[in-house]
Design a binder for this molecule. Structure first.
Ligand code: ASP
Length: 481
């Protein structure tokens, strides 16, 4: 009998996980699920992240050293960053277009929007912002009393523990000089960078530096180091194969945990959460789905003729399903690399350089979502952002997506910075917080698909793409090979 493809097994695991969570929540077993099943999901993400950090290190060193000549490395590096930037700006523009056309924030009832506007004015007043557009509701005595109530409400909103926590993190990033992001890339202690999953850019910097220097020392000295790096790399890739064999079970645990935490012992809660934010969620989803099914295939059709639509999806499906269930492009990276190399036929020299960088800096899904979220929040507070402000959103969302760590909810943290850049209240992330984890799953799929698309373009441009037609993705992870 033909073996069931791995991505189907993962999808079955996912569906069973959701069913389990719904049943357990209606039977009042959520605590059991969270205590006894969810930890396996955490173990799975830990295992993948454990592999991701050394894999980034060794694969970039071997990628850089194998390219062989610093000039082509420079050309490829420039091309990689350039194309990543273009796809990010494309994603943000699509997000802005959709949110301006659909206007999900304006579909909320008028009275709530007026109340929201009042609370915004109170906040802006206390922060010293001047409100330029529209009416100033605070000046209207009829609204003044209402304003007092709302003020107390928004204060309690601000206190919500997890949100306050996220704001603290973002604030730390804000209170710095303009060159701080550059300073942050250069580690002063490499072992410290290795011990922190959030410092992936520092690891990439070190790996490129190390790889380039390896190119400049005599071959007899460089060869043993390169052999060692290549072999260690193989060991980590084998670890991915081993972990992936158990992925369907782990994914079951992961999904059961995520949904149980949302629903508690009341499934109705999940439905309620989504009702209020449905138009916003649908706008984000529409943008993300357009990226996956229209924008990337079009880019591929234009620049990489060798890889057909269906073939691309079949090749990438294990990475996409994993991105969906883990919400982390870093955790998915080892699998993305295998799919791109073995199924799409991208030469290792390209993928080992382009993909780890992409997982860290290229987040098209995250940037699209940030653009939609900012405009939606402005709309529901009756604030029309000017064209200039929307351009500011494009710039800050690009930077924020580059700065977001490739882990769950990182995009939400960085949204605080985008909101602040156009004078909006960062505490509003509390409003979209309830649906964020689910949207995170979809945007991570886009992030990973975007990296694979750009990687194929670069490989094709360098004549290093050898696509051999559709392959059974199950073969990608084969313990016997
Ligand atoms: N979870 C996303 C990723 O890892 C980042 C985010 O948007 O929160 O790619």
């Amino acid at each position: 009998m033909k073996k069931l493809a791995l991505h189907w097994k993962i999808i079955i695991g996912m569906v069973l996980g959701i069913i389990w969570a719904l049943v357990s929540s209606s039977m009042g077993w959520s605590e059991f699920t969270i205590d006894w099943i969810d930890p396996f999901g955490t173990i799975f993400i830990n295992l993948l992240k454990l592999i991701a950090v050394p894999l980034v290190l060794f694969s970039i060193i071997s990628g850089v050293a194998n390219i062989g000549d610093p000039a082509s490395l420079g050309r490829m590096g420039g091309k990689t960053l350039g194309i990543y930037l273009v796809t990010t700006i494309l994603a943000i523009s699509l997000g802005l277009l959709l949110v301006n056309v659909i206007s999900p924030g304006k579909l909320i009832d008028e009275q709530s929007r007026i109340d929201n506007r009042i609370s915004y004015e109170i906040w802006a007043d206390s922060e010293g912002y001047e409100i330029k557009d529209g009416v100033n509701y605070l000046k209207d005595p009829e609204f003044f009393e209402r304003a007092q109530e709302i003020s107390d409400l928004s204060k309690s909103e601000l206190k919500e523990a997890s949100v306050a926590d996220k704001m603290e993190t973002a604030k730390m990033k804000e209170d710095t000089t303009p060159l701080q992001p550059l300073v942050d890339i250069v580690p002063s202690n490499f072992f410290y960078s290795l011990s922190n999953n959030g410092l992936m850019l520092q690891i990439i910097f070190f790996a490129i530096f190390f790889g380039v220097c390896l190119l400049f020392i005599p071959t007899d000295k460089a060869r043993p180091v390169m052999n060692l790096v290549d072999s260690v790399n193989e060991v980590f890739l084998k670890m991915v194969d081993v972990v992936m064999q158990a992925a369907p079970f782990f994914v079951f645990a992961l999904l059961a945990g995520v949904v149980s935490k949302m629903a508690g012992d009341d499934i109705g809660k999940v439905v309620e959460i989504f009702k209020g934010l449905s138009w916003y969620s649908l706008t984000v989803l529409a943008g993300l789905l357009l990226m996956i099914f229209v924008v990337y295939p079009m880019i591929l059709k234009l620049f990489v003729k060798k890889v057909p639509y269906k073939g691309f999806f079949k090749s990438m499906s294990p990475a996409q399903t994993l991105a969906f269930s883990t919400s982390s492009s870093a955790a998915t990276l080892p699998v993305t690399m295998e799919c791109v190399e073995q199924n799409l036929g991208v030469n290792k020299k390209i993928s080992s350089f382009v993909l780890p960088i992409g997982a860290t800096v290229n987040m098209d899904g995250t940037s699209l979502y940030q653009a939609v979220a900012v405009i939606f929040l402005a709309q529901m507070h009756m604030i029309d952002l000017t064209l200039g402000q929307q351009i500011t959103v494009v710039l800050t969302a690009t930077l924020a997506s580059i700065g977001s760590a490739a882990v769950p909810s990182a995009g939400l943290v960085m949204l605080i910075i985008v909101l602040s850049s156009v004078g909006l209240n960062p505490a509003w992330i509390a409003i979209i917080f309830p649906v964020d984890r689910i949207l995170d799953m979809f945007r991570t799929v886009v992030n990973v698909t975007g990296d694979a698309t750009v990687c194929s373009i670069i490989a094709d441009g360098e004549n290093m793409l050898d696509y051999k037609g559709e392959k059974d993705p199950t073969e990608t992870f084969d313990l016997d090979s």
